[in-house]
Design a protein around this ligand. Sequence first.
Ligand SMILES: [Zn+2]
Length: 354
Amino acid sequence: MKFLKIKKILPASLIALCLCGQGSVLANASIVNNYSVCYAAEFDYRAVFDSTYYAQRYPDVAAIYGTEPEALYSHFVNAGMAEVRQPSAAFNVQIYMSNYEDLQSIFGSDIAAYYKHYISSGKNESRVGDHLLPGKKLKDFSELSAVSVPAKDNQIQEKTYDFITPSSTLVVVNHSHGIDTKYVPSVASVGNGQLMREDVAPIVLKMISDARKQGVGISVVSGYRSASRQTMLYNRKVNYYKSLGCNDEDARRKAATVVNPPGYSEHQTGLCMDITDTSYRGLTTSQERTKGYQWILAHCAEYGFILRYPVGKENVTEVIYEPWHFRYVGKEAAIEIMQRGITLEEYAAERGLK
Ligand SMILES: [Zn+2]
């Protein structure tokens, strides 16, 4: 399979990033870009695309394209590859509304309705979809239609946002923004031996039980990690590079590309989790094929979670695509971030975080 070929052409450190699950921040944006190029050029989604499953899961799409695998595949790819039902990957409601002003008199401010229309019209904004809408139920996002997203400009002016304080649900922790290594949140169990911040843990448990009721098994494989555990993981990696003959500075720099240094891992906040399908634990891009991931992606915003490191945003997050790492930011921010297909970094930058 092509995926194996990628492993061969990528440097060993990047393979480690794919598989380590320790935070995986890349220090060097050029590495990310190289990776993206390799990824785009070498990864053939046909190898992992199951058109039968897709047609069954999205009968409304099959109603337009039939069951012809290539047509379904190209729809899937055009819709953002990972999951057609995630409007964020390909759908910008502002652009869509300005292209089709006449739709505003029909759909008002119902973003889900625009998205349904967009999907139904076959992605290319041709108006063929109009007659397909009645009776075509797209239940995955029906919940979102009840939530109207406040106008972005008003939001920025009227509200204050805290992206700095470690206990803020919007705190940005990345290579440029660290937090105090002494910060220790109160935590509670989310099962599977994992902990999350105590106010978020019940939300995660509810999410897991709601998924189970719909026949989907998911569980957290890594939640809260203390700064001291992060220090241990980081130092272990530094020592490994020293044992290979690197000097202290080089060893630290190399280690940071695989394991975040203490204070720079989002896991220290207790707000994020590596969560997978119970039948497939791999922290690899294959996770996106699982029912668990597809369910989480479609529903995470309803619980206040976002896909923290989306595909195609590696140069913004400086982290590889991680279809297992989800971050709690609260419902309002989550819905906006997921619907607009942006990252927490971009959301924060729009609100003044340098
Ligand atoms: Zn993670």
